[in-house]
Design a protein around this ligand. Structure first.
Ligand code: ZN
Length: 415
């Protein structure tokens, strides 16, 4: 936890961060197991809010009343859902902020009705008081979440105080997804504009019927066994995108252009051969540099004048870059929030138009709620999870004996 009363330059220093605890493994918690750990923290937090503490000061020797509250809760999507008791990302109503259904995630023209705090709290209490697991599962399937110990806090608003971390939402959930899933980033695959390469059409009607049956009813292996050409053909017939955009021609040129880019010393670089297996998984910061520097520098050189489809792909991608940039500003206003909203909507609309069949993810839907977070809590650099990821790295680098509590006994024998 960090104290938001401290200025941003101070609050994330290691000495000012409060490590509440470490959840023992070997596996992460699931369902409501996190509540066993949260309950002790919530006891302390409720006391901190009501009645609070009296701390003597020189001007008030009898004590100055100090109160504290946990606002906001910043997590990635699965972590936030688990801690706050929000619905899972594949639930009937998967959004913690509005009433959108899983089947309506692709609709971006009008906002869905917001979730109501009192209803979410009442639903959580019903889940907690349910007598059987079946009743709980029923309540979850109705589109609500679970009970969270945070709901015991007298001031807690599960709709307004839980925010999605922008590092995970914009860089991992949208940027990473755009390159890897939408554009199929892979230097070993033939690339194009995502749809225009014409594969052979299946001529034999019997074979075509067989293939369509496998697509409708087969398992992953049976579908895979149809072969790449057949799958491409079936996609083209349904006007679904099937091609790779960042493939064997485009990606190496991005690497080549990257060598010509000179960035200020305080800005990191994307890995030299981003997208290859040897480079490994890109970190969020590397994704930001790859998206907003490497691709922004290279793709216009490659795609301008290459045809209408490439022009549309480029415009759509630039809306995504603008989302990331506007969301990362250190100073924001209603004007910049409105600009973020306009680019996000343009990006999502373009994505749905250009890549029919690729449904929006919950992260992409949630990007429409970021303006609410910014209006409530200010510029994202003051509350995003970059510093916490750094602390995770520090924790991972500490050697342990993997025996919780055993260090004390070991000391007994070593001394
Ligand atoms: Zn929503």
């Amino acid at each position: 936890m960090v104290c938001l009363n401290l200025p941003p330059s101070e609050r994330y220093k290691l000495e000012n961060v409060y490590l509440v605890g470490i959840i023992p493994g070997p596996k992460k918690t699931k369902n409501d197991q996190i509540n066993r750990i949260l309950t002790h923290l919530v006891d302390d937090l409720q006391t901190l809010w009501d009645p609070g503490f009296l701390i003597p000061t020189p001007s008030m020797p009898a004590g100055r009343k100090i109160r504290g509250a946990l606002i906001p809760l910043v997590c990635d999507l699965p972590g936030g859902n688990e801690v706050a008791g929000a619905p899972d990302h594949n639930a009937t109503k998967p959004c913690a902020y509005c009433e959108v259904t899983l089947a309506s995630l692709d609709y971006v023209e009008e906002p869905f009705p917001p979730r109501i705090c009192a209803k979410v709290l009442a639903h959580g209490e019903s889940w907690r008081d349910a007598e059987t697991e079946d009743v709980r599962r029923n309540l979850e399937s109705q589109g609500g979440g679970r009970w969270s110990e945070l709901m015991r806090l007298s001031y807690w608003d599960p709709v307004s105080y839980k925010v999605l971390d922008t590092m995970h939402m914009l860089l991992e959930g949208m940027g990473n997804r755009h390159c890897r899933k939408t554009w199929g980033m892979d230097p070993l695959r033939l690339d194009g504009d995502g749809q225009t390469l014409a594969p052979a059409i299946i001529q034999d009607p019997v074979r075509r019927t067989e293939c369509e049956t496998v697509i409708r009813t087969g398992n992953r292996k049976q579908i895979s066994d149809l072969g790449l050409e057949t799958l491409r053909s079936l996609c083209v017939e349904r006007e679904l995108p099937w091609g790779v955009v960042l493939g064997e021609k485009t990606l190496p040129k991005v690497w080549q252009h990257d060598a010509d880019v000179i960035t200020p010393s305080w800005i990191g670089r994307a890995p030299k051969y981003a997208g290859t297996a040897g480079t490994g998984t890109l970190k969020a910061d590397e994704w930001r540099n790859f998206l907003t520097i490497s691709l922004v520098f290279s793709l216009p050189q490659q795609w301008l004048g290459a045809g209408e489809r490439y022009q549309s792909l480029l415009e759509n991608f630039m809306h995504l870059v603008a989302c990331i940039e506007y969301a990362s500003l250190r100073t924001i206003s209603e004007k910049t929030i409105a600009a973020y909203e306009a680019h996000t909507l343009a990006y999502l609309r373009g994505h749905l138009r250009l890549f029919r069949g690729k449904v929006l993810s919950i992260y992409q839907h949630s990007s429409l709620h970021l303006p609410d977070f910014m209006r409530r809590f200010g510029p994202v650099h003051a509350w995003r999870a970059f510093p916490f990821e750094r602390y995770n790295g520090i924790m991972h680098s500490i050697n342990t004996n993997n025996k919780i509590g055993a260090i004390f006994f070991a000391g007994k024998y070593l001394c």
